[in-house]
Each structure stands twice: as structure tokens, then as C-alpha cells.
Design a protein around this ligand. Structure first.
Ligand code: PLP
Length: 389
């Protein structure tokens, strides 16, 4: 007798996986022996700096680190995170009550909804956006209200356009700057407006700052450095992109003590924190030579200039990213995002991501990543030139 394992509704309700077709085509093209250039993945191609690896090696030898960590993180790690916030933003947070360690920001983003979203609550999410804001909401019975990010509004959500009833019922407002996938950076004035919106509507302002250190102009602001931010906001920081540490799974949240405590409460119940040796290595990252971050920025800047220059040269007009390692490219008239992505893959062996995979408002764009050396980016442009777009 066969047993039917019916999946929970929250899994059945997951949005369709829009990259399935691209994944299938990728396998098909690779099987033909085509040397694919992957501009689809947002995962740094450069190794973690040596001093961070050395610290992990040492810390892994210490038997004290082989035991369960504290779910909220070593106080020394939280202190290093607090010092980072002071050094980078002039923001002083209490490491004991206003910082919590995370197993990557993805974990914290998903658990924020477990801590604060009840069935029927509304969560304001950017569209296009990192999918976890919506998925965390949906897993916990909430409803996402999508805020379109459009070029004519500098890829900022129009908070004034949110209906009063929606704003009243909203529990969380998700923002993410520097932004994945549009590569926009938000000015201080926008954060001031978002803080006023949060105060007026009793909404928790959640700022995902995973790309905080990848910028090409002025340093992007922390929401916590803006007056009023400390009273309404929580900010998510990741070591993943800043130090090329995506595989290590470490980040932190900083902000209002009640928000940190709520997130911490979830973590005591569902996970047991980050391997302490990884936390020690993260301390080495946060307190060590920041020249490594400067060099990563310079590397992405060079790649950005090569790719954007090349794309413009072949007739694909696009704005140079202000931050992140993404390039958000408008699709030429007459094509959809999926159709262009398919042509790039099947006719040029270049993997790109169709923008509607990040939400409906992403239709009309493709996203390219800068996690590939310049020579390969140049080659990608040459191959795309043959598509005569
Ligand atoms: C906008 C955004 N936020 C958060 C994350 C998660 O990063 P991590 O869990 O590695 O800190 C990503 C990863 O791609 C991202 O693009």
C-alpha cells in the first residue's frame, strides 16, 4: 500500500519556480559541450581572505568551540558587530541586547516573520525583491503587499501610494539597499520618509543591508544612523558578500532591543546558533584589515565598468549599478525577460536571470552578476554582440 505524503499548505502555496525553465535549458546547453558563462549566480568567486581562514583553523582546534554555541552569539562576536556599527555608521548599539548573531541574514529574514507576523497580517515587500521576504510572510500566514520598484522612482517604493487601510494593517516593511536586483542605493531622505511611515502606521521597519559594503559612490546609510531609526527598525548585516563568506553562514541583526529579543526567542526554539569557530573567524573579519573590503569594491567596480560599457556598446542601454554586484538591464522592445534570457543562454551560452523571477514588476529586465573575472565578462559581451539585440 502506498502512503501519500501530502505537503503542508504553506509548501503547496509556494510561488512557481520561475527559474526551472532556465535551469533545464542550462543543463541542455551544457550537455552540448558549450562553455557556459554564468552571470546568473550572486555568489562571490573570490576566496575568503587568508587571515579569516587562519582564525577559523585555530578556533576549530579549541574543544570549547565543539560544544553547543549560545543561540544569540558569543558576546565577543556581538561586541565586534557593535564596534563595526560604530566604526562604519557612528551608531552605538548595546551588544548584549541590541545585537543577535544569525546563520546568514537569510535565516534572520525568514525568522523575522515567525517572530512578528500573525495570520492575516500584511507585510510590505519590494517587487522585484529577494524572495525570502514574501516566503517568510507566506509561511506564517501573512499576506504580502507588493511595492513596485520602478526606474522612474529611482527603484524606491512609493510609500505614499500604499492605501491607508493596507498601511494600517501592515506589520513589517521590508527595504533592501543597496538593492538586489535593481542595484539601486537609497538616499538618507528616503530612510527618513520610511521611518516617518513606520512611526505613523506602527510598522516594524526591517532593513536588509546584505550588500551594505558593495557600493561605488558614497557609503550607503544604515537606517539606524537616521534620527528615529533606532526606535522602529532592525537592520540585517551579512558577512557573506562583504568578506566573500557566503558558505560560512554568518551575519547579525542590530536594532531595537524588543525586535532583537523577538528574533532571539525564535532562535532559542529552532536553532542553536552559529559554530563558535566561525564566530571567532567573523570577529577577525569585522575587526581586521578593511583593505580587503576596499579591494573587493575596486574589483567589482572594474567588472561593473567593463560589463556596463560593453553592454552599452552592443546596444543594451543600462544604468551603472550604484551598489551590489548586479547589473539590472532593460530588455529591448518586443522581447520578454524570459525570451531574452533564453536567447542569451541558447544562442550565446551566457546565463542571465529574467527579472520577473524577483516579482512581476521585474518583467522587462534581466539581471547579470559581476561574480566572474573581467576577461569572462568581456567574452560574454562579445558573445551577446552576435545576438544583434
Ligand atoms: C538581498 C539579499 N538579502 C539577503 C541575502 C542572504 O544572504 P546571507 O544569508 O548569505 O547573509 C541575499 C543573498 O543573496 C540577498 O541577495
Amino acid at each position: 500500500m502506498s502512503v501519500e505524503f501530502k505537503k503542508a499548505e504553506r509548501i503547496q502555496k509556494l510561488p512557481p519556480y520561475l527559474f526551472a525553465e532556465i535551469d533545464r535549458l542550462k543543463r541542455q546547453v551544457a550537455a552540448r559541450g558549450v562553455d557556459l558563462i554564468n552571470l546568473g549566480v550572486g555568489d562571490p568567486d573570490t576566496p575568503t581572505p587568508a587571515h579569516i581562514i587562519a582564525r577559523l583553523r585555530e578556533a576549530a582546534e579549541n574543544p570549547a568551540n565543539h560544544r553547543y554555541p549560545d543561540y544569540e552569539g558569543l558576546l565577543a562576536f556581538r561586541q565586534a558587530a557593535a564596534d563595526w556599527m560604530e566604526r562604519r555608521y557612528g551608531v552605538s548599539v548595546d551588544p548584549a541586547t541590541e545585537v543577535v548573531s544569525l546563520i546568514g541574514t537569510k535565516e534572520g529574514i525568514a525568522n523575522m516573520a515567525v517572530a512578528f507576523v500573525d495570520p492575516g497580517d500584511i507585510v510590505l515587500v519590494p517587487d522585484p525583491g529577494y524572495p525570502v521576504y514574501h516566503i517568510g510572510t507566506s509561511f506564517n500566514g501573512g499576506t504580502s503587499f507588493r511595492m513596485p520598484l520602478r526606474r522612474e522612482n529611482a527603484f524606491l517604493p512609493d510609500l505614499a501610494a500604499i492605501p491607508a487601510e493596507v498601511a494600517r494593517r501592515a506589520k513589517l516593511l521590508w527595504l533592501n539597499y543597496p538593492n538586489n536586483p535593481t542595484a539601486a542605493v537609497a538616499p538618507r531622505a528616503f530612510f527618513e520618509e520610511a521611518i516617518r511611515f513606520a512611526q505613523r502606521n506602527d510598522v516594524i521597519l526591517c532593513h536588509d543591508a546584505a550588500y551594505a559594503e558593495i557600493y561605488f559612490g558614497e557609503r550607503p546609510p544604515s537606517v539606524l544612523e537616521i534620527p528615529g531609526g533606532r526606535e522602529v527598525a532592525i537592520e540585517f548585516h551579512s558577512l557573506s558578500k562583504t568578506f566573500s563568506m557566503t558558505g560560512w553562514r554568518i551575519g547579525f541583526a542590530a536594532g531595537h532591543a524588543d525586535l532583537i529579543a523577538g528574533l532571539g526567542k525564535v532562535k532559542t526554539n529552532v536553532d542553536s546558533g552559529v559554530f563558535q569557530a566561525v564566530q571567532e573567524a567573523a570577529i577577525a573579519a569585522l575587526t581586521g584589515d578593511l583593505g580587503v573590503v576596499e579591494r573587493l569594491r575596486a574589483m567589482y567596480r572594474e567588472r561593473r565598468d567593463v560589463l556596463v560599457g560593453g553592454l552599452r556598446d552592443i546596444g543594451l542601454a543600462c544604468d551603472p549599478p550604484a551598489g551590489t554586484f548586479y547589473v539590472w538591464v532593460p530588455v529591448p522592445r518586443g522581447l520578454t525577460a524570459a525570451a531574452l534570457a533564453t536567447r542569451c543562454l541558447t544562442e550565446a551560452g551566457v546565463v542571465v536571470t529574467p527579472g520577473n523571477g524577483f516579482g512581476e514588476a521585474g518583467e522587462g529586465y534581466i539581471r547579470l552578476t559581476l561574480c566572474t573575472p573581467v576577461e569572462r565578462l568581456r567574452e560574454a559581451v562579445e558573445r551577446l554582440r552576435r545576438l544583434a539585440l
